[in-house]
Ligand binder design. Structure first.
Ligand code: GLP
Length: 261
């Protein structure tokens, strides 16, 4: 696992957008896995700026969703499909025909989960999966003690995650669904490159457990330690509880320039 400590969220966004641009340069039809939440926004802004300047062509790029609320109509403004349309697809000029996500409105939720897992592998697998992290170490909506081998499935949110996400529902926790569909941890680990971005002091404990703690289902993001190509990008505040911060700074400062992340 590589840990890159950046000065701020904007620098993290630029670094990851650059990695996405390089990937699309060598594989124009790459499948990019995207996440919701506030953290990835600087990545999408930096990538959109590259599209506008002509530095990257997303004409053939494909976008895959990480997780979704169960029961929100697809056109509800806070369904993750709507959020991604607004924050990723529209700014990048990518159409819905280049997008794939789970059906959070399906009557047969389990069937929808299995269908999405299969759709991802039929699409050739995710090339780069961008991840945020919950304050409890969750990735996607894989709450603590999710199986590290899990596939896309329905999960019940913890109260903490519902409290954290109430801000997107006008602060009304009653509006936050209890159930979600999420790519499983086993599904996420199949992506060719995992890039987790964490910013702010509120993520410092979760980042320390992810990077320097044991691989344990109680911290789902620690599963990244099992992946052959995982990059954790953190700002100074999110890195503040890493014991090996100086080592991570040293290795990143001295790696070959051609290597990228
Ligand atoms: N399902 C999403 C996660 O994918 C995201 O990483 C997390 C953190 O969000 P934020 O980046 O806003 O802290 O929120 C939700 O739970």
């Amino acid at each position: 696992m590589e840990v890159v400590i950046v000065p701020d969220a904007e620098a993290g966004g630029e670094l990851i957008a650059e990695a996405m641009a390089k990937l699309l340069g060598r594989k124009p039809g790459a499948l990019l896995g995207v996440a919701t939440g506030s953290t990835p926004l600087p990545v999408y802004e930096a990538l959109a700026a590259k599209v506008r300047s002509g530095a990257v062509d997303v004409g053939q790029a494909r976008i895959a969703q990480l997780d979704e609320y169960v029961g929100l109509p697809a056109d509800h403004p806070e369904s993750y499909r709507s959020v991604l349309r607004r924050e990723v697809l529209e700014p990048l000029g990518i159409g819905m025909d280049q997008f794939t996500g789970p059906d959070g409105t399906a009557e047969d939720v389990q069937g929808a989960c299995e269908a999405y897992d299969k759709a991802l592998s039929d699409a050739g697998g995710v090339d780069l999966q961008l991840l945020g992290i919950g304050t409890d170490g969750h990735i996607g909506f894989n709450e603590p003690c999710s199986s590290l081998a899990s596939r896309t499935r329905i999960k019940t949110l913890t109260e903490q995650t519902r409290i954290d996400n109430a801000r997107f529902f006008g602060g009304d926790i009653g509006q936050v669904p209890h159930h979600v569909i999420t790519q499983g941890i086993g599904t996420i680990l199949e992506a060719r490159h995992l890039v987790l971005l964490a910013t702010g002091e509120g993520k410092a404990d979760a980042v320390a457990a992810t990077v320097e703690g044991p691989i344990a289902a109680v911290c789902p993001a620690s599963a990244l330690q099992l992946h052959p190509h995982a990059t954790v990008v953190v700002d100074e505040a999110a890195a503040s509880k890493l014991k090996l911060a100086d080592y991570f700074r040293h290795t990143y400062a001295n790696k070959p320039e051609w290597q990228g992340i």
